[in-house]
Design a protein around this ligand. Sequence first.
Ligand code: ATP
Ligand code: MG
Ligand code: MG
Length: 568
Amino acid sequence: AASTKQDFIRQIVREDVANGKHSAIKTRFPPEPNGYLHIGHAKAICLDFGIAAEFGGSCNLRLDDTNPAKEDPEYVRAIQEDVHWLGFDWHDLRHASDYFEVLYLAAEKLVRQGDAFVCDLSANEVRAYRGTLTEPGRNSPYRDRSVEDNLDLLRRMRAGEFADGARTLRAKIDMASGNMNLRDPALYRIKHVEHQNTGNDWPIYPMYDFAHSLSDAVEGITHSLCTLEFEDHRPLYDWCVDQVDLAHSPELIQPLLDKGLPFEASKPRQIEFSRLNFNYLVMSKRKLMALVNDGLVDGWDDPRMPSLQGIRRRGYTPSSLRLMVDRVGISKQNSLLDLSILEGALRDDLDAAAPRRMAVIDPLKLTITNLSTGHEEALTFPNHPKDESFGTRTVPFSNELWIEREDFEEVPPKGFKRLIPGGEVRLRGAGIFRCDEVIKDGDTVVEIRGELDPESRPGMAGADRKIKGTIHWVSAHHAIKAEIRLYDRLFMVADPDNDEGGKTYQDYLNPDSRRTVSGYVEPAAAAAAPEQSFQFERIGYFVADRHDHRHDAPVFNRSVTLRDTWAS
Ligand code: ATP
Ligand code: MG
Ligand code: MG
C-alpha cells in the first residue's frame, strides 16, 4: 500500500524515491538479542517494516549479536515470534555475527590507512584521557604506533594472545572533538567469551557503532532508522561507512560472498526518531529483566509486563498496537505519553473486533419463581451489537441465574438504577424481573427471588415498558466456572522511573495489579480458543489465556476495562 502518512521520515524517503536516489528502499530492524522486545520496539518494528512495505522495498531482521555475554537463543526465537505476531515478515534474517570476518578485514583496512590504532590504555585510563564536554581529551600515548606494529598487534588480538581488556582497537579521529563519540572511540575489544553463533572463533568483538554502520552498509540499507539517543553517534556512523568504503573494497566483501550472502553497495543514511515511552510503565530491557529475575512478575510473558509477550498474553492485539503507533506518529520530540493512548487503541480495536459474551465475575444467585424448577430454553443473541456479520449465538436460559453481586443493592445509593428489593430490572435479552424476596445468611445476601414478567420478553408488547436498568446474567445450570484474572497497572505512579528519595521503580509496584476471582461464563465463552478476545458485556475486554485456558476450565485475563476508570 502506498504511504499516505506524512511524518518527516516518510517525507525523506518519498523524496529519495522521487529523485531516484536508490533503486529500492531497504530498511532493517536491529534488536540486540539480550531480552524480550517491548512496546517501544513495536514502534520501531512498525516504522522499519512499514516504510519498506509502503515504498515497495524490503526490511531485514538483523540480530545485533555483538555482545555475546548477554545474549541467548531464547531471545532470538522470541524476537522472531514477536515480529511475526505484529504482522510483519522480514526479507532476510541476518546476524551482525554473519559479518565478523568482513568487519575484521575492515578493521585491518583502517589500520593500514592510518585510521585506527591498537591502544594499551586500561578502561580507566581511557576514561581519564577522554576529557569532558568542556575540556578536550588527550591523545593516547599509543596513538602514533606504526602501521606495522598496529597490524601485528591487531592480528595477535585476533589470535587470542591477550587478556580481556588488555588492549583495544581505536579509531583515530579527534580527541578534541566537541562530540565525545569522535574522541578515538573503541572499534574492537578483547573478550574471551563463547558466542551463540560463532562459538569460540573470536576472542575480539566489534563495538556497536562500527558493527552497526558496516552491517547496514553490507546489507545495502538505504534508511537506517533508530532512536534519538543515537543522534550523537551519527558522525561516527558516517565516518565508519566512509573510511571503510565497502563499495570500493571488493577484498573486504569476499568472506560474505564465500558464505553465499549477497552484497549491495549502499551509503546508508541514519535517521533518528523519538523513543516511545508511556507513563505507568518502565520500558527498558534491563529493568524488565530485573522484574523477572527478582520474582516481582511471573516471567517475561506475565500479562502485566510491557514486553510484547506480556501484552500479547494480556490480550493486546497486533492491530491495536499498529493503531497505537499510527496515532502516536513519528517525530523527533521525546515525550512521556499517557497510557490511555495505548489502552484507548485496544478498546477501539476490540470494540469493533471482539464478539460479545456474558460473564459474571462476582456471582449472586437469582431465582425466577414463576418458571418451573429445571426450566430451560435457548435464547438467540447477536454476537455484536453494531455488526451483523458477527452472526448470532445460542445462550442458555433457565430459572436459576447468576447475576453480578454489585447489580443488587439492599439499601441503594442515590441514582442506583439496577436491582433493589421490590424493584424491577431488565435481564439482558430475557425480560423484566421483579425482586420479591432477598435471602440472607447473616449480613450477606445469598439469593434474590422474584418473578419474570411473562409479557416482557424481547419482541413482546410488554417489553417496551420503561425500566431504568439492564443487567447481564448467565444461566446457573449451564454456565461454566472460570478463573478470571483481573489485571491492572503494574505501577501506581505515573513516573516509576523517578528515583527521588532513593526509591526505585520496584518501590512503586501496584499491590493490586493482579486479582484472581472465580466467576461464571456462558458456554460460548468457555468454548473460546486460547488468545480469543471478547467483550464481556458491561465488564470489560477479556482474552482466553494463551497458556492456561481450557474449555472445561476456562481462564480469562482482563485486557482492559470498558472505560478509562483509573483513578490517579
Ligand atoms: P532497551 O533500551 O529498552 O533495552 P534497546 O534500544 O537497547 O532497548 P535494541 O534491541 O537495541 O533495544 O533495539 C532495537 C531497535 O528498537 C533499535 O533501533 C531501537 O532504537 C528501537 N527501540 C528500542 N526501544 C525503543 C522505544 N522505546 N521506542 C522506539 N524504538 C525503540
Ligand atoms: Mg541496544
Ligand atoms: Mg538498551
